[in-house]
Design a protein. Sequence first.
Lengths: 114, 114
Amino acid sequence: ETGVTQSPTHLIKTRGQQVTLRCSSQSGHNTVSWYQQALGQGPQFIFQYYREEENGRGNFPPRFSGLQFPNYSSELNVNALELDDSALYLCASRKPGQEYNEQFFGPGTRLTVL
Amino acid sequence: AQSVSQHNHHVILSEAASLELGCNYSYGGTVNLFWYVQYPGQHLQLLLKYFSGDPLVKGIKGFEAEFIKSKFSFNLRKPSVQWSDTAEYFCAVNARGGGFKTIFGAGTRLFVKA
């Protein structure tokens, strides 16, 4: 069983640029969530996708957007990058059903904004 | 708004010492509660969860946690830690019927001296 994978591993961008991060969910998982983890903090929920639609969002501005594809893989797009967007971005997938179903996390993408 | 508070940011113990990591949450409704662990160089993974029934839940590697509803707490315990328990531990909560938005605490870094 292949776990959650994310690409790229590391990324360096400058302020004002746009970035796209990618996630492949674990086999059989149709729900994907994205989190931002700043240094020394816990993961913060950005949004969740289920059946190719966003079905939950945290306190992030609209310049954070996403997509989910028919194979359940997902993208996180961030426009107009700011210095504070520097963080580890985590993707997590889960099986459909209950909210207490375990989330399986990927290794993350480390984004640095200069 | 929901929030999760972890009392200790850093804990240092000797092997065989007992461990208790505090976690309090703020939310007035019914919740699902989780402890995740991140070992050095590895992904976040689920340690244990509570969603109903016996408030004392047992997880992997000898960990357990007790849900005390009146105190809004979900403390993690282990009677005797090992060097291999060195990791970062995150408490998390989502609201029943809240659309899967999961709130994480800031994490506790545990270092176990051999």
